[in-house]
Design a protein around this ligand. Structure first.
Ligand code: SF4
Length: 483
């Protein structure tokens, strides 16, 4: 008889994007050549190790409870191990992939395996998850997971684990990588220094899920984690915080202490960094290679309409130039289709990219994530294209599906203008030029641009398919089956 309880935590691949370039449509519906190209590229992507490990599952499997053995199944690389015996399976659920998570959960429960669901979707839409789970975990699970695993050992699992307060990140909780298969990933050095965001961009759910107050880990705790991780994996570090410069005093202290370790790192920041001169210098000295910044919009009316207030539109160019001049490459993420955008916006984005020499531009379509303020507003204004009562219809894709009607631009013109824009931004020639011109991480910049050249061709293909097949000119399509 087994003495310990076996727990498996499952990470599901997204439908498309960096987990693999897939069309949203049945591959039989696309041309054989396109389909073959997609499949080949998916294999290359898998081998290129773009993937990073699921940090939330790393954190949970680092929690030791006597009598419990935990492991991770990353379904980007492996099938679910149905032939093994599991005492509990946990699935992390994101709204854009909730249907897939529920399908797996239903299958497991039919086979008699208890399922616990957690993650952003469960936190925001708890009751709709109830029919698919034995146990739900609502909110950040750091403290709840220990209680749940202890209950598992004494067979007193409760149907719901929810806490009234966010976990105190000041308490040291060392993250272990023992459950990861190291060589599957681009790096296993993922570090989170804090959670929460003081801003309220209406398309974002970070402040809803993690609160408006920044909670930080102790600097010494993070530094010792970096040292420990380095012994196991010498590759690049990825600081996954949504905004690594949100607390400049903290960030300066932390990265000053990391300088002697001579690591190389990527992270995510706001463009405000361009005005935080001392911090910018500290980032560059501590080995920062590249940052992802959310530019979102260069139109003042759009920034105001969506509460994107960290920087004024006219400050963006200078801020981006300052960051690049400090020797840090930039991935700049735009959203086209915001409420102040017009058919003039694509030309302005093109001009902005050329002026700032952004190393990797990311041009997204607004994705109204269920639960966010923008989703509610679009619902009230009758601008959502799928049934708002079935939030699982709002699946994740890489600019491949319209989920709403833009305010000032008819749908067909929007799709046409978006397609022209991505075709102009992402070409083989531009990919090479950007790679050569990047201040650092040149080959990663080139690779990303090449990869995006294909992903955006997939976006154009799928949007055209949606337009032709489903007559998006209709004001509403209230069932996903209409598509
Ligand atoms: S988009 Fe970035 S800055 Fe805005 S609320 Fe989300 S995490 Fe904060």
């Amino acid at each position: 008889m087994r003495s310990s309880k076996k727990v498996l935590l499952v990470f599901l691949p997204s439908e498309s994007g960096v987990d693999g370039a897939r069309s949203l449509y049945d591959e039989r519906e696309i041309t054989p050549l396109f389909s073959w190209f997609n499949r080949s590229l998916r294999t290359i992507i898998k081998k290129s190790q773009f993937a990073i490990p699921p940090l939330s599952l790393m954190i949970l499997t680092s929690i030791d409870v006597p009598g419990v053995e935990q492991s991770i199944c990353d379904m980007r690389f492996e099938e679910f191990p149905f032939n093994d015996t599991w005492d509990l399976v946990g699935i992390s659920v994101q709204t854009g992939m909730a249907r897939k998570a529920f399908d797996l959960a239903d299958k497991l429960r039919t086979a008699g395996i208890p399922v616990v669901l957690g993650g952003a979707h469960v936190t925001l839409f708890t009751e709709s998850c109830r029919p698919h789970a034995d146990v739900l975990v609502v909110g950040e699970a750091d403290d709840l997971w220990k209680e749940l695993l202890t209950d598992l050992t004494i067979q007193t699992l409760k149907p719901l684990y929810q806490s009234s307060a966010f976990p105190d990140l000041g308490i040291s909780r060392p993250v272990s990588k023992k459950t990861l298969v190291k060589n599957r990933y681009f790096t296993t050095n993922l570090i989170q220094t804090g959670r929460g965001c003081q801003y309220s961009c209406d398309f974002c759910n970070v402040h809803l899920l993690n609160g408006h107050t920044l909670r930080r880990r102790a600097v010494a705790d993070v530094v010792s984690e970096v040292k420990r991780f380095l012994q196991h994996d010498q590759r690049i570090f990825f600081f996954v915080d949504d905004s690594i410069n949100a607390d400049p005093v903290y960030a300066r202290e932390l990265f000053s202490q990391l300088v002697p370790l001579k690591i190389r790192w990527f992270g995510q920041a706001t463009t405000t960094l361009g005005q935080q001169h001392e911090l910018l210098e500290t980032f560059a000295n501590s080995g920062c290679q590249a940052l992802l910044v959310g530019i979102e919009s260069i139109e003042t009316t759009s920034r105001n309409a969506h509460k994107k207030n960290q920087n004024k539109a006219e400050e963006l160019v200078r801020a981006i130039k300052n960051i690049r001049n400090a020797g840090i490459s930039l991935y700049g993420s735009f959203i086209y289709g915001l409420d102040g955008d017009t058919l003039e916006t694509p030309a302005a984005i093109l001009e902005f990219i050329s002026q700032t020499k952004l190393d990797v531009p990311g041009i997204n379509i607004l994705r109204p994530i269920p639960g966010t303020q923008v989703f509610e507003r679009l619902r009230e204004e009758g601008r959502l294209l799928f049934n708002p009562h079935d939030v699982t219809a709002y699946r994740y894709s890489f600019g491949q599906e319209m989920l709403y009607k833009p305010k000032n631009i008819p749908l067909d013109s929007f799709i046409e203008s978006y397609s022209i824009l991505t075709r102009q931004v992402f070409t083989m020639k531009n990919a090479m030029t950007r790679g050569v011109a990047a201040p650092r991480a040149k080959s990663a910049v080139m690779l990303f641009n090449l990869f995006y050249t294909h992903l955006y061709s997939l976006s154009r293909h799928d949007l055209q398919h949606q337009l032709e097949k489903n007559s998006l000119k209709k004001p509403f399509c209230l069932t996903p089956n209409n598509f």
